[in-house]
Design a protein around this ligand. Structure first.
Ligand code: NAD
Length: 259
């Protein structure tokens, strides 16, 4: 008997952008496997949206392989994968890099995303159908004080393009969504601790505001869907126009609205 359900996996599904994505995909008729290192929260989020929640550590090869086998057997054939989980970082100078943290960030963001694609992609390759969206960041495109995080996000773009070409003839699309400053609970907590300033970030946007988690989720859901059936190997930034406005700081910054 064929299984006509659209089944999607979201890693980092207990986080700010991940939870918004789980909601968006559920509304779009997908059945969700919500995976996160915070297993309790993954189960809570999944319960809220009628999906399945599991613990996973994408920094651990065995954990990813077990989760992929479990989901295929107990939830069903996966045709959508969103790799949202990441190890975040605070700004610092390169000479102050903590190398234990460097290793964690590379293991989770780079190796973990690669392995997640390989393990969850196996079934897609066999079935000749699937869509993968990795979450990068606008820090991938230019200099920033996120010394380890930025390079891993740049690596995610390169990996995604590699997979897009390697798997394209098997009917599997691979794209990257690159968020700009997004008001997730984790980022709000960082503002509250004084590690980042929302006002400073807003000044660099064309739109004069930060991104909402659902706006990132909307872009990921589009790329996962058949509406994006000829789109593969691209990067889609969702950044309130931060990248577009970079050179304006040489001319006094982004202009105020015309009255
Ligand atoms: N919020 C922003 O401003 C922003 C900007 C650019 C990119 N991003 C990217 O968006 C994605 C989501 O970020 P967010 O802002 O929602 O952060 P978040 O911290 O709310 O969510 C990240 C989730 O990933 C999970 N996670 C972390 N390490 C994991 C591991 N080893 N295995 C499994 N799960 C793990 C966390 O438990 C958390 O639930 C990340 O890839 C992040 O790099 C966010």
């Amino acid at each position: 008997m064929s299984d006509n359900r659209k089944i999607a996996v979201v890693t980092g599904g207990a986080g700010g952008i991940g939870e918004a994505l789980v909601r968006k995909l559920t509304e779009g008729g997908w059945t969700l496997a919500v995976l996160d290192r915070d297993a309790d929260k993954a189960i809570d989020v999944a319960k809220q949206y009628g999906g399945f929640g599991y613990g996973i550590d994408i920094g651990d090869a065995k954990s990813i392989a077990e989760a992929a086998a479990y989901v295929e057997e107990h939830v069903g054939p996966v045709s959508g994968l969103a790799c949202v989980a990441a190890h975040l970082e605070n700004p610092h100078r390169p000479e102050a890099q903590d190398f234990a943290e460097w290793d964690d960030i590379v293991r989770v963001n780079l190796t973990g995303t690669f392995r997640t694609m390989v393990e969850f992609g196996r079934g897609m390759l066999k079935r000749g159908h699937g869509s993968i969206v990795n979450v990068g960041s606008i820090t991938a495109f230019n200099s920033s004080p996120l010394q380890a995080y930025g390079p891993t996000k740049a690596g995610i773009i390169n990996m995604s393009r590699n997979f897009a070409v390697a798997w394209g003839r098997n009917g599997v699309r691979v794209n990257t969504v690159c968020p700009g400053p997004t008001r997730t609970p984790a980022v709000e907590a960082s503002y509250a601790r004084g590690e980042r300033s929302p006002e400073t970030m807003i000044r660099t946007t064309a739109l004069g505001r930060l991104v909402k988690p659902i706006e990132v989720a909307n872009a990921i859901a589009f790329l996962l869907s058949d509406e994006a059936s000829a789109i593969t190997g691209i990067e889609l930034s969702v950044d309130s126009g931060v990248l577009a406005s970079q050179l304006w700081s040489m001319y006094g910054g982004v202009p105020q609205p015309v009255v």
